[in-house]
Write a protein that binds this ligand. Sequence first.
Ligand code: MN
Length: 712
Amino acid sequence: MEIAELLEKAATYLPSEKLALVEEAHKFALEAHKDQVRQSGEPYLQHPLEAASILTDLRLDVTSLAAALLHDVSEDCHVTQEQISESFGPEVAKLVDGVTKLEYVSSQVSERPDGVDLQSESMRKMLVAMAEDLRVVFIKLADRLHNMRTLDALPPAKRRAIAKETMEVYAPLAHRLGIVKIRSQLEDLAFLHLDPVKFRHTRHLLDKQQLEYEKLINLVSNKLGVELEKAKLKTTISGRAKSIFSLYRKMLKYNAEGKDLGDIHDIIAIRVITEHEEDCYHVLGTVHSLWHPLSGEFNDYIATPKRNGYRSLHTTIICNGTPIEVQIRTQEMHYSSEYGVAAHWRYKEGVKQDPFEQRISGLRQLLEWHEEISGTREFLDSVRTDILRDQVFVYTPKGEIRDLPAGSTVLDFAYNIHTDLGHRCIGAKVNGKLVPLVYRLRNGDTVSIMTTKAERGPSRDWLNPNLGYVNTSRARTRIQQWFRKQAKSENIEKGKEVFEKEARRLGLSLTNREEIAALFGYSDLDDFYAAIGYGEISASQIVTRLATREEQPKVTGPVPAKPATPLSIKVLGTGDLLTQLAHCCKPLPGDEIIGYITRSRGVTVHRTDCPNIARVQQKERLVSVDWGRVDHLYPVTVRIDAWDRVGLLRDISSTVAEEGVNINLVRSEQNSDSSSCVVLTLLVRSISQLSRLLYKLEAINGVTNVMRGDTG
Ligand code: MN
């Protein structure tokens, strides 16, 4: 195969100005593979050229053709995805990358000893890549088809493994995608290598009848052609005998039912392609007027399409004692029956496609395909969620696939495998590289969990949603169960500690603890602490609950048409008084607050635990105030103790920025022991936002303590 030949084929359906990309890709591949030969001895480039040529039969777009030409360069020639992206754009690079990932799956399969079941496992792996872009699958199928055509060059054991995988994974896949042409070629080639004796026997059966079949095909075609011409119907008539493997499969089925070759009615099929849908029924009438139809063999797949979308009229007639299947369909129906989903890309060059639609249509078909092949209910569910809510597919070190909700971390993965693996997890590697436990899994990642042999349990931090260790309910439940099993007194103590620490760091005065416990449905304070202790209630939940409680006005009174205060604080019992936040204690929404009626400036709002409030002599000046629904920024001081290092301030400010919080003021002091203290004034929305931010700041390398700094 030469590039000129490929371009010629592509030019039959693609505008010539688009073909430059294909030519460029060819040049690039030529250079990359220049020193390589295939096992068959021919120049390596033949392989991508042939693969691309197969894709032109499917009429795929230029992007797919370019990617097909480049599909082996990253694997074999160490060309990076970036390089491909630079030269050919990100779309081509993504397709090549997708095929490379599938290549890895295949290489594992061919290393597998005989007899190891690969079917469902491999199929699932395929799904991982498919979810991204179905064109990756088409390229892979073309790649596989050409490899099957040149399989003779490989050692026998490898040949068998690849043929088996082709038969069990790729041919059914092509079938589900409706790519009939590729499917039957894959099957016949795989059949040849898996069972050469039966292959030859079946081919012999077909060969023997070949002449007779051809005669019959000609006879029926000619007679029908004449009649249809008389009826002024524009049609194309063609005939074919069954493919070798599909005949064999049908024979097996018929043998089991006690029938023989003569009972197979579609060894020969005549196909009539019409212009319009209504013509199909017209043609059907003509066929039935010429030959006697076999009763019970008529199917109207136009009125009722098959599940994979196949549409056509099928009838079986008897001609010279031999049954012949006649299929009648329009050009459009024919195209999608031959090329299935690939037809979606036809003529769509330059037309922006909705990627979601593509994905759905692809997955819908895959679903049906999966149902048909393996029928595993549990897996189907996860694919369905994939459509509704993204799932992530990752590999265990043994190559098994696991699916988790998108956003799962390596720790979630550990708990997904085994509870004990989660409890003992101390680290993880993704694709061979060490990652933090909060690493979020990506499709195709290979994850291995590192554990400690020592008996140990999970960390309480893992339950803190602000830290992002686990995002699945399974992991969270398992961790909570572990803590629940600990002695109650220990949980109470721990819970109390967590509760008080949180209160301290946020500078909250929690005088009414019973009330807070009641908010969570606990009448007993110890039970409440225990629940915090084993992680059923997280510290940040307490904060959020308090904040939302505080943000909702307790008393609903007439709301002033115009907010009386620029800060939207509702002052209970004082009417439209001017209010302002006290500078001494800088209260935040969520803080318990109290108002102080000044002589000239209206009401100043303080935290209830502000020392200035404690000093107030004229108690009648104090009024109760409440937070209105606020959407304001409040200044708050945060004190960070850390070991001084280069980049510390930068890390702090970027963490603050990530949370979407503005820094108003920074002050930093160096201590003599090379520790330092950074004081920030931040503008935050609420106490829950502050809580989240404090955790993030605490996680910065070198930071030893983070506290809210306004002490009045
Ligand atoms: Mn290849």
